[in-house]
Design a protein around this ligand. Structure first.
Ligand code: C5P
Length: 232
């Protein structure tokens, strides 16, 4: 499994996305397409970016009954994305069904990773609103173990949680981590952040980086700096 930097393409239109990607003339970064862009532009945006030669992480975070998720994953698999995800809260059965749906006739499939607890959910809200009385760290580890049991490839988590996930699920279980900032950069609305170099040290397999690259004066230089620090 190669370590890589995934750029979060949080743009609201295809045009803005293409204007951004056009700046990369020498490399083809791995990109993340989220709900905003997918809902605005539909599956054509995935096909178009794929045609340009990029790897794609389709971040739609599915969460529904197993049968619905299985059928939806079969549709996403046909889009030939490289990685996609769902909420571990949907249970082991839902995650198993998702894998079945995602697996193509020839046995190949995109990587499938699970969201454990969103980093926007505090331990207090998880306990008071969701009535989950374990600690947030125990919940994250248990959800990651459930994802592993279902046969998934890994989880999305904070880089600061990646070590804990690896300890409990094994080194080969992937961690994909947003919340990355340069040491001398703005943290914006992210709270628990770390640098690309520190994420590498903790053991992230992929870092997801949005604004430090997309809002940089020179996005290509910022991307290269990220790759240099994280992949080396
Ligand atoms: O701009 P920034 O680097 O903060 O972008 C991070 C990306 O990762 C965004 O697309 C955000 O939605 C996503 N993400 C996150 N935290 C999570 C899950 C996803 O920041 N727990």
């Amino acid at each position: 499994m190669g370590k890589d930097v995934i750029i979060a393409c949080d743009f609201s239109s295809a045009q803005a996305t293409f204007d951004f990607l056009d700046k990369f003339t020498e490399e083809k970064p791995f990109v993340k397409i989220g709900m905003e862009l997918f809902y605005a532009e539909g599956p054509s945006i995935v096909k178009e970016i794929k045609k340009r030669g990029h790897k794609i992480f389709l971040d739609l975070k599915l969460h529904d009954i197993p049968n619905t998720v299985k059928k939806s994953m079969a549709v996403l698999s046909k889009l030939d994305v490289d990685m996609t995800n769902l909420h571990a809260a949907g249970t082991v059965d839902m995650m198993k069904a998702a894998l079945e749906g995602l697996t193509r006739e020839d046995g190949t499939r995109p990587l499938l990773i699970a969201v454990t607890q969103l980093t926007s959910t505090s331990e207090e809200r998880m306990q008071n609103e969701l009535l989950i009385h374990a600690s947030i760290n125990d919940t994250i580890v248990k959800y990651a173990q459930n994802a592993k049991e279902a046969g998934l490839d890994g989880v999305v988590c904070s880089p600061l949680e990646a070590g804990m996930v690896k300890e409990n699920c094994g080194k080969a279980f992937m961690t994909v981590t947003p919340g990355v900032r340069f040491a001398d950069g703005d943290i914006g609305d992210q709270v628990r952040v770390t640098t690309p170099a520190k994420a590498k040290e903790i053991g992230s397999d992929y870092i997801v980086v949005g604004r430090p690259i997309t809002a940089a004066e020179d996005p290509v230089a910022a991307y290269r700096r990220c790759v240099e620090e994280f992949v080396g």
